[in-house]
Design a protein around this ligand. Structure first.
Ligand SMILES: C[S@@+](CC[C@H](N)C(=O)[O-])C[C@H]1O[C@@H](n2cnc3c(N)ncnc32)[C@H](O)[C@@H]1O
Length: 236
């Protein structure tokens, strides 16, 4: 990750103000195959940002449970989960172009029909495009840990963002987070536990649910000797 110029201190401690992004747009090389996958498959499986609520049933062409995934990276875990859970529909969002191309390539190669891909800041999608109680689940796997103290404010999992996410989740729906950074895991536990409408499905960290394969970022963390923490909370 690139080092970001520091914000003035008064902006630093409030977190997630407008303008503080949870990602840095990396240049990243788009392969010819990834670009072709976008050109050929975006019309069918891509979803453009709009600043108004979207009809997810219309976007997927059916009225099945909807799961939002924020930050799918290269999309390998997303594609596998969608095939393991064919009765669910997955709205997968990332800002990283080569990853978008890679996921669209995986969708085409494996004839996956239950994923729609967005290339946009998921915070804005949550704020503008998702209706109340429109989601049955939320997946956020290995969000950027922003491990330097002065960058912690860029972390996605902070109370203000979770407060925006929760109304979009149905009662009985779940939020599943995973991280390989212990101190972020502790922050996730503290943030989710602070919401009365969320109930932890475990005493603290949850066993990795069987539908979640190892992600690319997780494999990298393991190579570096990191641990892995999953959290699964249900909305009352
Ligand atoms: C560390 S990577 C993990 C990728 C994948 N989940 C994995 O486990 O391999 C985090 C991803 O989240 C994406 N991301 C971060 N903030 C985002 C945001 N606000 N909206 C959409 N994607 C975001 C980044 O572009 C990056 O691809």
């Amino acid at each position: 990750m690139t080092d970001i110029p520091q914000q003035p201190d008064n902006a630093a401690d409030s977190g997630q103000r407008r303008g503080i992004k949870s990602f840095v747009l990396r240049q990243g090389h788009m392969t010819a195959a990834q670009q072709r996958a976008i050109d050929e498959n975006w019309p069918q499986f891509g979803l453009d940002f709009q600043a108004a609520p979207v009809d997810l049933n219309a976007a997927f062409g059916r009225d099945n449970p909807k799961v939002l995934e924020i930050g799918f990276g290269m999309g390998t875990a997303t594609a596998e989960i969608a095939q393991r859970l064919p009765e669910k529909d997955f709205l997968a969002i990332d800002v990283h172009g080569p990853g978008v191309g890679n996921l669209l390539k995986l969708i085409a190669e494996n004839q996956i029909t239950n994923i729609r891909v967005m290339r946009h800041d998921a915070v804005e999608v949550v704020e503008s495009m998702l209706g109340e109680s429109s989601l049955d689940g939320i997946h956020i796997f290995f969000p950027d840990p922003w491990h330097k103290k002065r960058h912690n404010k860029r972390r996605l999992i902070q109370a203000p963002f979770v407060a925006k996410l929760l109304p979009k989740l149905k009662s009985g729906g779940y939020i599943h987070l995973a991280t390989d950074w212990q101190e972020y895991a502790e922050q996730m536990l503290e943030v989710l536990s602070s919401f009365a409408e969320l109930q932890n499905t475990a005493a603290d960290y949850a066993p990795t649910p069987s539908y979640r394969p190892e992600t690319k970022f997780e494999a990298r963390g393991k190579r570096l000797g990191h641990g892995v923490w999953d959290l699964v909370f249900e909305k009352r």
